[in-house]
Design a protein around this ligand. Structure first.
Ligand SMILES: Nc1ncnc2c1ncn2[C@@H]1O[C@H](COP(=O)(O)OP(=O)(O)O)[C@@H](O)[C@H]1O
Ligand SMILES: [Mg+2]
Length: 528
């Protein structure tokens, strides 16, 4: 027993350490894996579900390790001692015990299999509820504005109620089986005692041996139940981490920056066109194509604008340049290199972006700017902020560059956020620039401020511009119009104004003031 106490505490210490380490390792690997997955994976996953899975698998696995380490070796020690002492007195008794241990464990495992089916169903409910929970909390402004609090809560409760129902079935089954198992075990032990008593009465054992054996059998009973407890926690860990390992089995994005150290230097060419689309077809899912036969060459320093109906594939086109998705067929080349072949890190270093949604992170303005260039010093930050038209308002904030801006920048206005994201792109200082509806979410005054920042940003860079307002693209070198996922026309604003194509029509509509005209403009996302 002393040995047992020592062993259980020593292994208990290692168990704690192991479970803390396993937690760190599992979490690290999960995050590392998520960062390696392609954009496509996240199109159909909820953030909350991703987090809920991580928590469950980590808790169940580390819980198992802890329980296992705390008790398993003591249990083994007890079993060995009991078997040896029993064997010395009565080989039959030892044999009987040796059969009981694995049989009981096996029976537990059998019950567990059915138990797992319910457990998996429950986990699914936890995941769905958790996913929605995180989404609702993230979008609480909308929930409040539409006063859908009750609906969200009911939706959440439905899933949790379902898990209670499932638990009732699961637990009833488990405990019914446990009564049967343990009942059978008690019957077996009853006969063990009978054997001992009868053998003593017949004079095979002395009274002293009988007392010893009875004690021994009592000690032997405990490990039988704890063995099945380990099996149970193990099954729980297996079910709990099921989805975790399914995520780990997903295919990585090829040439992903976390998977790859910097990789070989890419031989960017200055002679080749900056961006080339070579007969590109693309669809997000199945064979439903969003882009067809895209052939386009963008020269160095050129400003090129994309015009087309909302949902026409403009964002998709720039997604291909960033290699967020790979073309279904054809090739996209950046500075002479096929985007499929270059390491993603090197490629994305060539491209600065400003999206419609500023997508800042919690933390200070300084931290957000450093996202563009971690090595930038205060002068560089100030210079970028000044050129992005953001310095004035930043300096008026009580903490200046050290102002905390809240989750996704909620403490700033739309125009302020967007000017910070312009400054962030400025610091990244990439030769190619993608502006996807960068000013679409802003009012006219903020738009003008941001637009001035964008002009600074576009200087000396090859720029791909998707804009909702024709006036902002009247000064570009070329306009590309998209119709039905195909390129319709390519030309300078002056040329396209004459061809009676989409751009010319839009221009005419904007000049006129008819209701039908406004409707069409809105369809093209050009008027709000
Ligand atoms: N992640 C996605 N998964 C599946 N379909 C998408 C995805 N993103 C966009 N689409 C579809 O692709 C088409 C083009 O979308 P998009 O390029 O965003 O249009 P635009 O930017 O011109 O408004 C739309 O029909 C849209 O429904
Ligand atoms: Mg778009």
């Amino acid at each position: 027993m002393v040995a047992g106490s020592v062993v259980s505490n020593v292994t208990g210490y290692f168990g704690d350490m192991m479970s803390a380490r396993i937690r760190a390792i599992l979490s690290h690997n999960y995050f590392h894996k998520l960062l390696r997955l392609p954009q496509r994976y996240f199109d159909s996953e909820l953030t909350g579900t991703i987090i809920s899975r991580l928590n469950r698998s980590i808790t169940s696995v580390s819980e198992f390790l802890k329980i296992f380490a705390n008790g398993f070796f003591t249990t083994i020690l007890t079993v060995v001692v009991v078997l040896v002492v029993a064997g010395l007195h009565s080989p039959w008794l030892a044999l009987l015990l040796m059969v009981i241990y694995p049989t009981f464990t096996y029976l537990t495992a059998l019950t567990s299999r059915k138990w797992q089916v319910w457990e998996r169903a429950k986990n699914e409910h936890y995941d769905v509820a958790g996913g929605r929970f995180a989404e609702a909390v993230g979008g609480l402004r909308v929930v409040k504005a539409f006063t859908t609090e009750r609906r969200e809560l009911e939706h959440f409760d439905e899933h949790y109620d379902e898990t209670v129902v499932l638990t009732r079935r699961q637990s009833t089954f488990w405990h019914r089986m446990d009564v049967l198992r343990r009942g059978a075990l008690d019957v077996v032990f009853f006969f063990v005692y009978v054997i001992i008593f009868v053998a003593t009465a017949q004079g095979t054992f002395s009274i002293a041996s009988m007392v010893l054996l009875i004690q021994l059998v009592n000690i032997a009973k405990a490990p039988v139940t704890s063995m099945s407890f380990y099996v149970d926690t193990l099954q729980r860990a297996i079910t709990g981490s099921n989805e975790y390992f399914r995520v780990m089995d997903e295919t990585d994005e090829p040439l992903n920056p976390v998977a790859l150290a910097d990789g070989p230097a890419v031989d960017w060419s200055d002679e080749d066109p900056v961006i080339e689309f070579d007969d590109v077809d693309f669809g997000y899912a199945g064979d439903k194509l969003v882009l067809h036969d895209i052939d386009l060459t963008i020269r160095r320093g050129e400003r090129i604008a994309f015009v087309g109906e909302s949902g026409g594939g403009k964002t998709t086109l720039v997604n291909l340049v960033l290699k967020l998705y790979e073309p279904t067929s054809g090739e996209v080349r950046v500075r002479g290199q096929s985007v499929v072949d270059v390491p993603t890190k090197a490629l994305r270093r060539q491209v600065g972006v400003v999206f419609q949604d500023a997508s800042l992170f919690s933390g200070t303005i300084r931290e957000n700017l450093l996202y563009g260039d971690p090595a930038a010093d205060d002068d560089a930050l100030e210079e970028a902020a000044r050129r992005a038209n953001a310095l004035g308002f930043i300096q008026r904030l009580p903490d200046g560059f050290d102002t905390e801006i809240g989750e996704r920048g909620v403490k700033l206005s739309g125009g302020q956020k967007q000017r910070i994201s312009v400054a962030r792109a400025m610091l990244k200082n990439a030769p190619i620039l993608i502006l996807d509806e960068a000013t679409s979410a802003l009012d006219t005054k903020s738009e003008r401020l941001v637009q001035e920042g964008l002009e600074e940003l576009m200087a000396e860079r090859t720029s791909l511009i998707i804009a909702h307002r024709l006036s902002t693209i009247s000064a570009v070198d070329r306009i590309v119009t998209l119709r039905g996922g195909r390129i319709d026309e390519v030309g300078s604003p002056e040329e396209l104004a004459q061809t009676n194509g989409i751009y010319a029509q839009l221009l005419a509509l904007q000049a006129s003031d008819s209701a039908a005209g406004r409707k069409l403009l809105r369809r093209f996302g050009i008027l709000r």
